[in-house]
Design a binder for this molecule. Structure first.
Ligand SMILES: C=C(O[C@@H]1C=C(C(=O)O)C=C[C@H]1O)C(=O)O
Length: 132
């Protein structure tokens, strides 16, 4: 049991029965953290698609009104779930900030491409319609 990497520093000073309990709780945390990573990856895939759409149609990277509604909604959900709503707000703002950075980068890189080749955007739009 003490060789389980989940034992961490506690392996050196915690009695074996308690260590076993700690390691078992940490196994659950590992699973939860893995789902968080997968959920975040899926969320970023979805927001990347929004970023491409925005860049294609010259829409602004940020939508403060959507953010406000989404934060209010998640704070209510957090409250229901006994999660600190202030923490939920900070966490969501942290993610949104990163999403906006991605959207600005997508828009900047598409701008560069379009300057080099003016036909690029039109050609992509045509290919998309054909692929539907
Ligand atoms: C993803 C979007 O872009 C931005 C990021 C948001 C988010 O991560 O929830 C919400 C609004 C926008 O500021 C969007 O407009 O839907």
């Amino acid at each position: 049991m003490s060789t389980d990497p989940r034992a961490g520093e506690a392996a050196a000073y915690v009695e074996s029965g308690i260590l076993e309990e700690l390691v078992s709780m940490r196994a659950s945390i590992d699973n939860i953290d893995a789902t968080l990573v997968y959920l975040l990856a899926e969320r970023f895939k979805a927001t990347q698609r929004v970023g491409v759409l925005k860049a294609r149609h010259q829409l602004p990277a940020a939508d403060p009104s959507r953010e406000k509604n989404q934060i209010a909604r998640l704070k209510r959900l957090a409250d229901d779930a006994q999660l600190d709503p202030e923490f939920a707000e900070k966490f969501l703002n942290f993610i949104i900030e990163e999403v906006i950075r991605h959207h600005e980068a997508i828009s900047a890189s598409r701008g560069a491409t379009t300057e080099e080749d003016g036909a690029e955007v039109g050609a992509e739009a045509t290919a998309e319609t054909e692929n539907r």
